[in-house]
Design a protein around this ligand. Structure first.
Ligand SMILES: [Ca+2]
Ligand SMILES: [Ca+2]
Ligand SMILES: [Ca+2]
Length: 151
């Protein structure tokens, strides 16, 4: 066996590895599309005032003025397109809907009707697990439950 072949094979392997296209892996949790609209003071929590103003804040997202929020309006600006319109994002690779949308979207059609917007304040309070009237970060981003040590 000629050693040159070995080196060439090695080089080829290295090149192949380097050239292998790796799709960017986004391991961040899915964004809460509605939170920026609702969280007026940007502290990551929803105060009683912010919850009370939820319907107004949501109406502000209604770009086409039909009184309802389409999935597009809920998501806000779409992420930058990669290759024009040729590659539409797969519909359900985004995981479960964000908790805020889940709470507000009573009929689970991923859009918010005028009724759902009207009921936004009440719907949000469903997320208020500790009933203090405020939606804390933990309530808005329920992840793994915190480990409670009995000792
Ligand atoms: Ca806030
Ligand atoms: Ca809906
Ligand atoms: Ca709370």
């Amino acid at each position: 066996m000629k050693p040159t072949y070995l080196i060439l094979a090695l080089l080829a392997t290295v090149c192949a590895n380097a050239a292998e296209p790796k799709p960017p892996v986004d391991r961040r949790p899915p964004p809460q599309p509605l939170l920026p609209a609702l969280d007026k003071n940007r502290d990551g929590e929803l105060s009683p005032d912010e919850i009370a103003n939820a319907p107004t804040a949501l109406e502000a997202l209604d770009k086409d003025g039909d009184g309802a929020l389409s999935p597009k309006e809920i998501k806000g600006k779409p992420p930058k397109k990669t290759a024009g319109e040729n590659a539409p994002p797969p519909p359900d690779q985004m995981g479960p809907p964000p908790v805020i949308l889940k709470a507000l979207d009573l009929n689970k059609d991923r859009s918010l009707s005028a009724d759902e917007i009207d009921a936004a304040s009440e719907s949000l309070l469903i997320l208020d697990k500790d009933k203090d009237g405020t939606l804390s970060r933990k309530e808005l981003h329920p992840g793994k439950p915190p480990k409670s040590d009995p000792a």
